[in-house]
Design a protein around this ligand. Structure first.
Ligand code: MG
Length: 452
């Protein structure tokens, strides 16, 4: 049996340059495809990109023409739309290109339970799209459009209710929503929790005048300056659709996202030891914290959809799933919802610092040192290289959840095909840089010289 593969959609929806691959025609067809394979009322929203309105209208046209109802939510973070869909609707679509540069845009399809559509369902949607077998209806069956511009408030309240007003009374924080949709949410969430909030890049603007939608350490220098100038406990920044949050500590230093995951895991598991779900690409810090807090770790394939769906399946099977996410600032708090949520993560950081009574820079010292090396190996023989590595390291413990993960006493390596492009990703992590490099060299010796 040959496995059917997604052609248009990648790991996190479909993305492309506006006016080139990403056109209203394509988005209209996505809307018509969704309206053909699903039915009911669909929430539609977008991030702050300049191309948002044109593509929102196109997707709504597709849904309405195939007889589905549409609720227009306006500009909002992806997790806000997911939360609202989970509570009220039969599905949703977000027009966003997440962390990609301003010229990009994209489409994320959300299911009735608030999670992103699975690969199997996306393949069905793509088949409808390519075959153009759309169920366009007549005049008496077309859908209706309504508007809920203030629907976002339900999400803001949902996050606040996880902690309670006044949770971080007296704490000063700095926020950089990056001119994205979190301008409508994160400052209000933190203010309601009692924080004194200073912000930059806090006006929605699809030209992204302050920094790019990817919250890189370089792009966050002004946020670090703001943290320093205001004496803030931390700075928080989001990517272009605010499903991720990254942090600057009280000294102005960037908090690496695997450290962020580990500290949040510590906060959750200390009070509630249970099961933590994360992909095989996450730092062994997750094991360090598991040992400190008596929680267990369940590994999944790479990608937030795998993590979210595994968390839901394990919980349904009676497992005490307490936390999940990826080492890229995309954290999932299952008591709130089963998707990455940047606003929720910002609030959880305030809660963590308040309850620990330590500064973020002090908390970081609790984690043992870890060094990760990431590399790409370009090849047109992915199966061959995988087999070579599997054979060469047959004596080691191997995990085949996604590619090959080799686990040793105090280090590990992951060798896996990229989801979308013809190369392999190599991750190696150890306590010290030289140990990681030695293990990396060992793997490179097996797979031969890089050709890039
Ligand atoms: Mg994102």
């Amino acid at each position: 049996m040959t496995m059917k593969k997604k052609q248009l959609f990648g790991t996190n929806g479909v993305r492309g340059v506006t006016g080139e691959m990403m056109t209203p025609e394509l988005v209209l067809k996505i809307g018509m495809s969704l309206g053909t394979i699903r039915s009911g009322t669909f929430a539609v929203g977008c991030d702050t990109r300049t191309s948002g309105p044109a593509l929102v209208h196109a997707v709504k046209a597709g849904l309405l023409a195939t007889g589905q109802n549409v609720v227009e939510l306006g500009i909002l973070p992806t997790p806000a739309l997911q939360y609202i869909v989970k509570n009220h609707y039969d599905g949703g679509i977000v027009i966003t290109a997440s962390h990609n540069p301003p010229e990009y845009n994209g489409v994320k399809v959300i299911e009735a339970d608030g999670t992103e559509m699975s690969d199997e369902e996306i393949i069905t949607l793509e088949e409808t799209l390519f075959a153009e077998t759309f169920s366009v209806v007549g005049w008496d069956k077309v859908g209706r459009e309504t508007s809920e511009p203030d629907g976002i408030q339900e999400y803001i309240d949902g996050v606040i209710n996880q902690f309670g007003p006044g949770t971080c009374a007296g704490m000063t924080v700095a926020v950089d929503p990056g001119s994205g949709p979190a301008c409508r949410t994160t400052q209000e969430i933190l203010t309601s929790l009692g924080c004194r909030v200073f912000s930059i890049n806090s006006q929605m603007d699809g030209t992204f005048p302050g920094r790019l939608p990817e919250p890189s350490p370089e792009g966050l220098k002004p946020l670090a300056d703001l943290v320093f100038a205001t004496g803030a406990a931390f700075g928080v920044a989001h990517d272009g659709d605010a499903d991720r949050a990254v942090f600057i500590d009280d000294t102005g230093a960037y908090l690496e996202e695997n450290e962020e995951f580990a500290l949040m895991q510590y906060h959750v598991c200390k009070n509630k030891p249970g099961l933590v779900v994360t992909p095989v690409s996450t730092s062994m810090r997750v094991e360090d914290v598991a040992a400190m807090t008596n929680c267990r770790v369940h590994y999944t394939k790479v990608g937030s959809i795998s993590v979210a769906r595994t968390m839901m399946a394990l919980a349904a099977a009676g497992e005490p799933v307490v936390f999940g996410g990826e080492g890229n600032g995309g954290l999932i708090f299952p008591e709130h919802q089963h998707c990455r949520d940047g606003g929720m993560t910002a609030a959880a950081m305030a809660s963590l610092l308040k309850s620990e009574g330590k500064t973020l820079s002090e908390l970081r010292t609790m984690l043992p040192p870890r060094h990760m090396i990431k590399d790409k190996i370009f090849t047109d023989n992915i199966p061959g290289l995988l087999e070579q590595v599997q054979l060469a390291f047959a004596e080691d413990e191997q995990d085949l959840t996604d590619g090959i993960r080799i686990n040793r006493e105090n280090c590990w390596a992951l060798f896996r095909p990229s989801g979308t492009e013809p190369f392999m990703r190599l991750y190696v992590e150890a306590a010290k840089e030289e140990e990681a490099q030695a293990f990396c060299d060992e793997i490179m010796a097996v797979i031969g010289p890089k050709e890039n």
